[in-house]
Ligand binder design. Sequence first.
Ligand code: 6R9
Length: 572
Amino acid sequence: MNGEQLESVVYASNMGSYEQACKRFQWKDVESHFTWSRTGKVNMAHEAIDRHVYEGRGHKTALLYCDGQREEAYTFMQLCMESNRFGNVLRKYNVAKGDRVFIFMPRSPELIIALLGILKVGAVAGPLFEAFMETAVKDRLEDSGAVAIVTTPELLGRIRRDELPELKHIFVVGDCSSLDDGSLIDFKAEVNQASYEFEPEWLDREDGLIIHYTSGSTGKPKGVYHVQNAMIQHYYTGKVVLDLQEDDVYWCTADPGWVTGTSYGIFAPWLNGVTNVIRGGRFSPENWYRTIERYQVNIWYSAPTAFRMLMGANEEILDKYDLSSLRHVLSVGEPLNPEVVRWGWKAYGQRIHDTWWMTETGGQLICNYPQMAIKPGSMGKPLPGIEAAILDDEGRELPPNRMGHLAIRTGWPSMMRKIWNNPVKYDEYFRFNGWYVSGDSAYMDEEGYFWFQGRIDDVINSSGERIGPFEVESKLVEHPAVAEAGVIGKPDPLRGEIIKAFISLREGYQPSDELKEEIYGFVREGLSAHAAPREIEFKDRLPKTRSGKIMRRVLKAWELQLPTGDLSTIED
Ligand code: 6R9
């Protein structure tokens, strides 16, 4: 597989040749683009939206929104004005620089306006998936000490206000008339009364931007904290990886609850001033292809799970829609199967370009560039300006073709600046001097292409969502029938992995299909649909270490019928 290549058609590209770009690249050349290079201060919402207004692009379409019910277009001027108004509302309620303000709602233009308003007052945005249930919402708001949240009437019930003393303000987007609760703030009514005049909070490069919660293998989800400086990476990768050109229409399919939906669904396209499509509503091949055709999408950024579902759809659908506007297609979130790359080449006449990065890295790091030959199955090569390596367990660099820890030399602009409230977790990423250790295992071939092998920890990747087994196990044991639970990712052709739970029951409970259903529903309602175990197997006992840790590696070996490996730490 290593040898197979899909040669690239060299279309307009912002980089020139990869090798040349690596030689002459300097981050300071990118930095000179931003306001702070002149004034010392910056604000993401200004750089992404307002400055296009000041530079004469105010009437250009910034956002094309659709979800099957609503279809709306906003210019940069309109987004500037509307987010100014919400900025004024936030100031009225004394929300200020550094405060954490969450967004918990389905995709909509209001979500975007809310996010921009939050950034304009210098607050730190915390986007959540609308699929989150009570516990997931509470954990995140509590950990970050959020002072405000923007939500909808439908989701309001999942915010446990009485248990969140720091949460002062709830802005509700939608009909508030039936909510007879004086403490709720009607988003639309307030925005409509607010002034369009607004001076953004001018920030330092190291001031906060956004917190994305993401799952690790142990403990509660981690609040990955990013700062304004990340915009350097968003802007630069928008140019050289997404290949954004002035007249492009760009569509990133990710939800802002996932880092891809902010870094590349909001920041990168607007820092580059292009027209950005945001689609709400449900996935269906027809809906998606219709979106590409209708808006003449040129650049499309999605994920392997979606491509696999599109690959599984009826071939005739492809003939029904005109997808010829596509010039560049990209993927992120999970390993992109070589079959999918080959299928994309046939179906769209496009190479699907894989990109690798993480919530913690804030932006793309290892990618396939428009001007590079693609090796199907490889994540590509490090960005010019980025040094990546494969390390052994002691942190020594390994030669090509040896598998080890995928690591990145520290110091790229969009690197996370902390894990909220958890310096110990943060330091674990930097345990080898000078390197960020990703938690992924990979190898590099002789030509410098990187090949993903798996996660070193137990984190599960289902449909591109990172799920910590511990969080699911914790929810499972809350169920009255569950004594103990161990959760693994089981390989799945469509979703990459699905969640499989091994469960031992409390005395008095008998295994049954009804019980499986009930437990599934319990996690679905308590945590979220994507965290619920699609497969459950009952066991009398689970394999555990002497310290009482469930040995997920043994569960996985059982599942895959592999040798169980070293069992020296197993309990009796
Ligand atoms: C942006 C994002 C990060 C983890 C990462 C890795 C997996 C991401 C990948 C990939 C293989 C790729 N991952 N891109 N695996 N090939 N191109 O996905 O962030 O949700 O934090 O997940 O996803 O395991 O460590 P996040």
